[in-house]
Each structure stands twice: as structure tokens, then as C-alpha cells.
Design a protein. Structure first.
Length: 127
């Protein structure tokens, strides 16, 4: 996803939306998406310890924001109108045409997911 206008640090960019499901359902869906050939193209974002936002089939543009080990934005869990939400804020100034990125901060796992962000600070893995 690329900026169409300058975005200042701390400015709201977009809410990450999709279907909110319990973690066991998200686990089943992830396996199903992988079996359907959507491996790497599922969009599951942990909302809290019990729920996940599944934007794979009913999300918005936020699902297309790529990972970077040196991101220009950050994802935050907030409470708005009494509900937990995931929002993306600019972490630094983002210029017109610049790609919007954030650090996915995946949990540590033995099976490593290779990072291809290309930043000079790249950790080499997403998890």
C-alpha cells in the first residue's frame, strides 16, 4: 500500500478490519487457507489473546500493508466505542508514493518465515 498524500508522524492511517473470530477458529481457517493454496495470502491479525481479525475474504486495504524490519508505521490495539480495534498509525513522516509498512512482530516459532523486506536493519525472519 502506498501513500497518496503526505502522512505526519502519529497520524491515523487505517483500521485493520475483517471478521472477528476466536483463536481456535482462526487456527482451523489458517490450515484451510493453506490447503486451498492461499499459503502466505491469508490475513489473520491477533486482536487479543482470544480473538483474531480475519481479513482474508472480507477485509479492507489495511491487509495489503507489507512488513518491514524498519517500518514507517505501527499497528496498535485500541479501544474505541467500547470495542477493541486494530489501527495503523504513522511512526514517522511518510511521503507521497512511499510504501506504508509496519513490523508484523510475529510470535517466535521454530519454523522461520524468511523476511524479504530489504531494509538495512532486516532481521532476516518475520518470527
Amino acid at each position: 500500500m502506498y501513500a497518496l498524500e503526505p502522512i505526519e508522524p502519529g497520524e491515523f492511517i487505517i483500521e485493520y478490519v475483517g471478521e472477528i473470530v476466536r483463536q481456535p477458529i482462526a487456527d482451523v481457517r489458517e490450515r484451510r487457507y493453506n490447503a486451498e493454496g492461499l499459503d502466505g495470502a491469508s490475513y489473520l491479525f491477533r486482536l487479543d489473546d482470544e480473538r483474531v481479525v480475519d481479513a482474508t475474504k472480507c477485509g479492507n486495504y489495511a491487509r495489503f500493508i507489507n512488513h518491514s524490519c524498519d517500518p514507517n508505521s505501527l499497528a496498535k490495539n485500541i479501544i474505541a466505542d467500547g470495542e477493541k480495534k486494530i489501527v495503523i498509525y504513522a511512526g514517522k513522516r511518510i511521503e507521497i508514493g512511499q510504501e506504508i509498512t509496519y513490523d508484523y512482530k510475529f510470535d517466535y516459532e521454530d519454523d522461520k518465515i524468511v523476511c524479504l523486506c530489504g531494509s538495512k536493519n532486516c532481521r532476516g525472519y518475520l518470527n
